[in-house]
Design a protein around this ligand. Structure first.
Ligand SMILES: C[S@@+](CC[C@H](N)C(=O)[O-])C[C@H]1O[C@@H](n2cnc3c(N)ncnc32)[C@H](O)[C@@H]1O
Length: 280
């Protein structure tokens, strides 16, 4: 099972990839894409090359992996991460909404935790479909950031969560354009219009639980996340919500300390993996 999420540190799973990308997740990726020698596979929004490093470990010679990312710095990091790997891996800087490849260039195409950053999700899906060969697999793994379950045995914990959700939502809507929070759950319904037949949906829960007051480091992370949000707030309204949120975290930390072993906190959120096939 996949573990570790913290709704009071991040409103999304964006910053937690290192915690949920497990061997089981790599196995799912490989079983879905069924990489075989000679296949050309595209990773859209490859980041620092985590998928390429993990897929290259399968030691399939003649597998041709191509990763693209809008961030040149990440493409550079991906190149460094895969430099000594025994696999054909290539990277390029490119926008998912305008992929620099001819039609039907790849046997399979996938993206992990990328569409959540893109306002024009349908445009990115249409591009993924265009560059995938007819009959080729498509896989999108995206969070449903609207599906956050939170329980705290302390009323101040419930308050901190509510204030955090309000603050993070206000900060996101005042910032740059991103996909709807429920993007993971929306993808299956968007595929047909892009020319991809949806085949299956699999859920990966990302969870955490605490059966005693959390350690000081977690409270520090929570405080720091609130402070970082306040410092980068787009306007006074967002800043004020951030201040309220930070104060709620302090109340919660004090109450948790007093509750000691009676403290309970349970969280869950979802990653939605949608598998599809490029229509003929
Ligand atoms: C959370 S990271 C995921 C990286 C990688 N897929 C992984 O799971 O390790 C999201 C990545 O999407 C990239 N990205 C965001 N918008 C993009 C776009 N329009 N086109 C291509 N990549 C994009 C970011 O630069 C970032 O590297």
């Amino acid at each position: 099972m996949i573990e570790q999420t913290d709704a009071l540190t991040s409103p999304t799973l964006k910053h937690l990839r290192g915690q949920w990308w497990t061997d089981a997740f790599t196995t799912f990726l490989a079983e879905t894409l069924r990489p075989k020698p000679g296949m050309r596979i595209l990773d859209v929004g490859c980041g620092t090359g985590t998928a390429e490093v993990n897929l290259a470990r399968l030691r399939l010679s003649q597998l041709d992996l191509v990763g693209v990312d809008i961030s040149v710095a990440r493409v550079r990091d991906a190149l460094t991460a895969t430099r000594y790997m025994n696999a054909t891996v290539g990277f390029a800087a490119a926008d998912a909404r305008n992929l620099p490849f001819p039609e039907a260039s790849f046997d399979a195409t996938f993206c992990v935790a990328v569409l959540q950053h893109i306002g024009e999700v349908s445009k990115a899906l249409a591009e993924c479909a265009r560059v995938t060969k007819p009959g080729g697999k498509f896989l999108a793994v995206e969070p449903d950031n609207a599906a956050r379950y939170w329980f705290s045995s302390l009323p101040s914990g419930m308050t901190a969560f509510e204030k955090g959700q309000r603050f993070f939502a206000a900060a996101a809507s005042a910032g740059r354009e991103t996909a709807p929070a429920a993007v993971g759950a929306l993808v299956p319904g968007l595929l047909r219009a892009a020319g991809i037949e949806p085949l299956s949906v699999r859920l990966f829960p990302v969870f955490a639980s605490a059966l005693a007051a959390p350690p000081a480091e977690l409270w520090e992370k929570r405080r720091n996340a609130a402070t970082a949000g306040i410092e980068t707030a787009a306007d006074d309204t967002v800043r004020a919500l951030g201040e309220e949120y930070r104060a709620a975290i302090e109340d919660y930390a004090r109450a948790a300390e007093a509750a000691g072993p009676a403290f309970v906190e349970i969280q869950n959120t979802l990653l939605v993996a949608t598998v599809g096939q490029r229509e003929d």
